[in-house]
Design a protein around this ligand. Structure first.
Ligand code: ADP
Length: 162
């Protein structure tokens, strides 16, 4: 069985992430979307448990997609899950440099692990969780950016912070 891991912060999951999840799930028998807890982005709008719950809701209809969280190195997590591939989304050149470095480090830590890059769908290249948070804080309509199933949660969290 071919398993892949799609790691990230997912704070919150956006339509850009969901697009990558759907496309990657067609390439593997099993795709584990993993909220990485000790990433470079501390704090956050949603707790890791909440991010997992939101991800579960939006991937409900994708039978080979699982959601998890992990506080550690993704290379180690891949070993635990017996995964041979990491999936990453590439939006722009700015993602490229960091992602290539990460891919090389991860392969050094776990030589059986390869990274597969999926280019972002053109309509989501500008989209990131931080952009969603910024737009939401200023009351913008988020329906083109966030999955419908979690819109209310995001909106409520924004209103609490405003
Ligand atoms: P961000 O906080 O920047 O949205 P994450 O850390 O949650 O990003 O991203 C996890 C993965 O998803 C990364 O590989 C990132 O490049 C990818 N990704 C994020 N947004 C998009 C998008 N709009 N289109 C394609 N890939 C994306």
């Amino acid at each position: 069985m071919k398993t892949a891991i799609y790691p990230g912060s997912f704070d919150p999951v956006t339509l850009g992430h969901l697009n990558i999840i759907k496309r990657a799930s067609r390439c593997f028998d099993r795709l584990v979307v993993c909220v990485m807890v000790n990433s470079e982005k501390p704090g956050g709008m949603f707790t890791p448990d909440e991010r997992v719950e939101l991800l579960k809701r939006v991937t409900d209809k994708l039978p080979n997609v699982e959601i998890d969280q992990y506080a550690g190195l993704v290379a180690e997590y891949a070993r635990i899950q017996k995964a041979c591939t990491l999936v990453k989304g590439l939006r722009a050149v700015s993602d490229y440099e960091k992602e290539v470095q990460m891919a090389l480090i991860n392969r050094k830590l776990n030589p059986r692990l390869d990274t597969m890059f999926l280019t972002s769908s053109a309509k989501y290249t500008y989209l990131s969780s931080s952009a969603v948070k910024e737009m939401g804080r200023h009351g913008a309509d988020l329906s083109d950016f966030v999955p419908r199933e979690i819109m209310e949660d995001v909106q409520q969290r924004m209103n609490r912070g405003r």
